[in-house]
Design a protein around this ligand. Sequence first.
Ligand SMILES: [Zn+2]
Ligand SMILES: [Zn+2]
Length: 201
Amino acid sequence: MSAASGSSARPRKTNGPVSDAGFVLDVRSLGRRPGTMRELRRTVTDHERLGLDLIAIAADAVVELDLQLQAVSEGVLVTGTVSGPTAGECSRCLEPFDDRVEIRLTELFAYPDSTTEQTTEDAEVYRMEDDLVDLEPVILDAIGLELPLQPLCSPDCAGLCPECGVRMAIAGPDHGHEILDPRWAKLANFATDEPGTGDPA
Ligand SMILES: [Zn+2]
Ligand SMILES: [Zn+2]
């Protein structure tokens, strides 16, 4: 549940993080002293859907952060794991299935006015903003890379029957179709026709 109570809890800025909540971490306590470290464990339940078309952590599903925040000379280094449940749709049999995903993060957030901040592009190195680190774009990217583009309900999913579309897991190993192809069907008819009575075409 969100701690939001009325409109005062809504973000005041239209972009960028505003407070120490969710995937946004306040790293002020590190005091910009290189070597200072802090452990951070947090459960985040207020977030958008994180993942790909066929598989993702659903919006507001419980995401666990288990992180170390370390002040380095150019910024704050965030390392650790982010994990959560995934809901997927099997790319072979189209059935929904549940799984989990865990990603490892190693990401530098540059201090404003640091050399790193001044010599890199926004797209290369993340930036801190008002002593806040916003992990959401990092997590989105990492989960997108970790999750399979063609997820499977199980590694040996037998998929669907190519003839009738039934799930092979339901149909069983004996499922099959004697006539697999229209050309075979014609041949089969031909074989049972009496000679000379075939269609002239
Ligand atoms: Zn499947
Ligand atoms: Zn079939």
